[in-house]
Write a protein that binds this ligand. Structure first.
Ligand code: NZQ
Ligand code: ZN
Length: 386
């Protein structure tokens, strides 16, 4: 096991009705900006409930944060936060609202002489201060509710980039599985597949004898594979929703990634596909991952065999057959969730040269746990993903 430092100070308020605890989490004299997306929280009544939980406090609202949140939209909230001297942000929604709110938090306090896009260009390295934020999650997927990452898109340039800062880690996360009952099937599937692949990015690398991390990861993978399909047919099954929600948080809150090598190439290749073609985040991952696992089967051999046996119960056949079986089982699982796994299922022309040019522009030329996925390999993976 490798050395690690793990610090996850987000307070989790998990379970039915936990929105009622909201008031106690926010300073009474705060000037609060509530952020939300395209309207799901208006339709579900959640926003109204939050207004009444926080009645009497100084509240402002900013709605309209879109999926794959854009710099262009978020800068409107940054201006509002600066003008109104906002000192607490409450993100209500899915990963896009949370990520967008993290950007608002960092950008509002950023050096006014600099364009806040600089935060993305420097991967958060120069963020020195941020507005504190909390979250009420409505879509289990990204883990953004308990981590320090955010992914922001700049529409005008076609860039989708990430930044990290411990200063934007949510102070608290309200996780009520009931709030996920209204999710459309496509977003249920996206969430389960995203969380599954977050787990694989930290698990399917090479062994460092980290037994606890491996077995936690396998527990998350087995839970998501078991419960994911059930959520599609029983949308109001509380236990199913609860298990998915907690799995998605634990898949990317630092726990299973501590002390182990990490990959993340599937994500980096996927972000370029979303930026260029507009696919949902999880769709891009479902397309890239099977192709990447096949391309890196030698480097990942030991963990692929462990994954085949412990997650998919594949025990007989040659090593090559077991690895093929594990990749196929993974692809079949995504398809069972309703997510297509070929790029050609989504676009008429992959435009691989443009994807590669953007990878290069973003410095993504040595990806994966060994840093050996260069642009030639990335081209091969995009071609195999077709
Ligand atoms: O905008 P509204 O109206 O709220 O609708 C949303 C949106 O259309 C809807 N939705 C959310 N909760 C709902 C609901 N509809 C009905 N009932 C509910 N309870 O779902 C749609 C998608 O929401 P979005 O927030 O975009 O989805 P997700 O949570 O999958 O977030 C995806 C974004 O997170 C980034 C992705 O790149 C993408 O931009 N990621 C962030 C990460 C992180 N911060 O650590 C890691 C991930 O790998 C990922 O890259
Ligand atoms: Zn993801």
């Amino acid at each position: 096991m490798n050395n690690f430092i793990l610090h996850t100070p987000t307070k989790v308020l998990f379970g039915k009705g936990q929105v009622a605890q909201l008031r106690g989490q926010i300073p009474a004299d705060a000037r609060i900006l509530v952020t939300y997306g395209g309207g799901s929280v208006v339709r579900s009544g959640l926003l109204e409930q939050i207004r009444s939980e926080l009645a009497g406090l100084t509240l402002f609202e900013f709605g309209g944060i879109e999926p794959n949140p854009t710099y262009e939209t978020l800068m409107g909230a940054v201006e509002l936060a600066r003008a109104e001297k906002i000192d607490f942000l409450l993100a209500v929604g899915g990963g896009s609202v949370l990520d967008g709110t993290k950007f608002i938090a960092a950008a509002a306090h950023y050096d006014p002489a600099k364009d806040p896009w600089h935060i993305l260009e420097t991967v958060g390295g120069e963020v020195a201060s941020a507005i504190p934020l909390g979250s009420v999650l409505t879509l289990p997927a990204t883990g953004s509710e308990m981590n320090m990452g955010a992914v922001i898109t700049r529409k005008s340039t076609g860039d989708k980039q990430h930044f990290f800062s411990p200063l934007v880690m949510p102070r608290f996360a309200v996780l009520d599985p009931v709030l996920t009952y209204t999710l459309p099937a496509r977003q249920v599937a996206n969430g389960v597949v995203d969380a599954f692949i977050h787990t694989l990015e930290q698990y399917l690398t090479y062994p460092v004898n980290a037994k606890v991390q491996d077995r936690f990861a396998e527990g998350l993978l087995l839970t998501l594979a078991e419960e994911g399909p059930k959520a599609l047919v029983e949308p109001e099954n509380y236990d199913v929703r609860a298990n998915i929600m907690w799995s998605a948080t634990l898949a990317l809150n630092g726990l299973i990634g501590a002390g182990v090598p990490q990959d993340w190439a599937t994500h980096m290749l996927g972000h370029e596909i979303t930026a260029l073609h507009g696919l949902d985040h999880a769709q891009t991952l479902a397309v890239v991952l099977p192709a990447l696992l096949d391309a890196k089967r030698e480097q990942k051999r030991a963990k692929l065999l462990q994954y085949a046996e412990r997650v998919w119960d594949l025990r007989s056949g040659s090593e090559a057959e077991l690895i093929d079986g594990a990749i196929k089982a993974t692809r079949d699982f995504f398809e069972r969730m309703g997510i297509k796994t070929r790029l050609r299922d989504y676009v008429a022309d992959a435009n691989i040269d443009t994807l590669l040019a953007k990878l290069e522009e973003h410095g993504m030329t040595a990806l994966g746990e060994h840093g050996d996925i260069d642009l030639v390999q990335s081209r091969h993976i995009y071609e195999a993903a077709w």
